[in-house]
Design a protein around this ligand. Sequence first.
Ligand code: ADP
Length: 176
Amino acid sequence: MKARPEARNMGLILYPGSFDPLTNGHIDIMRRALERFDELRVVVANNSRKQTLFSAEERVELVKESLANEARVSVVALDGLLVDYAREVGAKTLLRGLRQVADFEFEFNMAAMNRHLYPEIDTLFMMTGADNFYVSSSLVRSVAALGGDIDRLVPAPVALALRDRLTTSTIDSGPE
Ligand code: ADP
């Protein structure tokens, strides 16, 4: 995807999340953010307290494979505090998606906390695309675990990885 010169008005935006796994919903808001920012970095949370289907390394790899042609997208795994990382790389904007009202309270508190910790940071909320409001990593995991068709919900490398994982283990559809 090429940046429209007139729209390239801001530098780096960080897109933090679990990405367990990456879905087309994530990709939709990434593409939209890239129309306004020069560079987007996916920050995969490596939170050991949260049970995930894919390890942080696997989630990073799936983002890389799915967005291999996007020169302006990079991806890292992060163990520590997001605002510390943002400070370190000089990023002042975080990207988050909103699917429904239920997302709001948590996101509102998180954005406020991040600003408390790093007053220069701001969170940009993007509303989900009309085709993706029902797409979440947890539902994708559940549907895939029950043998449902997830091909139109996730990029091809993720669909493959889910099938692969399903033949070797049972999927826990727990929290996002
Ligand atoms: P987290 O565990 O931090 O919520 P997720 O990987 O579930 O991590 O989500 C990362 C971000 O992407 C969140 O801001 C979430 O709201 C957003 N997101 C997830 N699915 C969609 C979707 N279908 N449309 C828009 N945004 C989405």
